[in-house]
Design a protein around this ligand. Structure first.
Ligand code: NAD
Length: 254
């Protein structure tokens, strides 16, 4: 997709690893200037270096998306650095409390909702206001297959990701006439550090998912990144409010 993001600038959260890092790199390869953001400065700076090694432009801003003040800082810094916000990939997410709900520590519920749902809400709220100043833009959230179907032992994660799909639809209706598109991707099992860690804590569930994949393989972070670049580009101008499964067909029969 070389050139499809030429002249555009925006931000990616959770861009220090996995899907966020692959997306930040893919957006840069497609021509965009990218504000790489993560709660980990070291990981985020590594992504910036990967982009600079390609000869593309990137900067880093440390931001915990569960903190609204930090999200405001991220959006402001992106506009200050690149002059505008054309796209945003709200990707940062965590998966805590891997237990049946009756055994779960409520703190795991709180932190998962705070990062995944409130974090996405804070990002969207401040991104739309920045985008309105230049006539619009494209927002892509990272939901999950767990935003389409239920997943045992992942209640807070599943609730947060279903909520992102609903939030995406509402915002699409609110801002469509103002030039803003908003969509989500729903990754299926994707090879990243997060899923490698999940494979160790929940090996039976992991093996079950692996055995049931219609494509016969897990997605890669680059598969997810390709979908995000498309949804951020002008090629997807007529797509909004959609949660796009990027899962090799896994949720097709759900
Ligand atoms: P990952 O753990 O490899 O990367 C997540 C990144 O987010 C890390 O760099 C981490 O430092 C950062 N992060 C964590 N909490 C943060 C916070 N509060 N503020 C800002 N940054 C924060 O994970 P991944 O697999 O690349 O997952 C990325 C997104 O994709 C998440 O929203 C996840 O729920 C979703 N997802 C992943 C899969 C999968 O199979 N990997 C499947 C479905 C959905």
């Amino acid at each position: 997709m070389v050139g499809v993001m030429d002249g555009k600038a925006g931000l990616v959260t959770g861009a220090g690893s996995g899907i966020g890092r692959a997306t930040a790199v893919a957006l840069a390869k497609a021509g965009a200037k990218v504000m790489v953001s993560d709660v980990s400065e070291e990981a985020g700076q590594e992504t910036v270096q990967m982009i600079k090694n390609l000869g593309s432009e990137a900067a880093f801003f440390k931001c915990d998306v569960s903190n609204e003040e930090q999200v405001i800082g991220l959006v402001n810094k992106t506009v200050e650095t690149f002059g505008k916000l054309d796209f945003a990939h709200n990707n940062a997410g965590i998966n805590k409390g891997l237990k049946p709900i009756g055994e779960m520590d409520s703190k795991d519920w709180d932190i998962t909702l705070q990062v995944n749902l409130y974090g996405t809400f804070y990002c969207i709220k401040h991104e739309v206001n920045a985008m309105l100043k230049t006539g619009g833009g494209a927002i892509v959230n990272t939901a999950s297959g767990a935003g389409i179907e239920g997943s045992p032992n992942m209640a807070p994660y599943t609730a947060s990701k279903h909520a992102i799909a609903g939030l995406t639809k509402s915002v699409a209706l609110e801002y469509g006439q103002k030039g803003i598109t908003i969509n989500s991707i729903a990754p299926g099992a994707t090879i990243t550090p997060a899923i490698e860690s999940w494979s160790k804590t929940s090996p039976e569930q992991y093996e079950g998912v692996l055995a049931s994949l219609p494509a016969g393989r897990m997605s890669t972070a680059e598969d997810q990144a390709n979908a995000v670049v498309f949804l951020c580009s002008d090629m997807a101008k007529s797509i909004s409010g959609v949660t796009l499964a990027v899962d090799g067909g896994y949720t097709a029969g759900k």
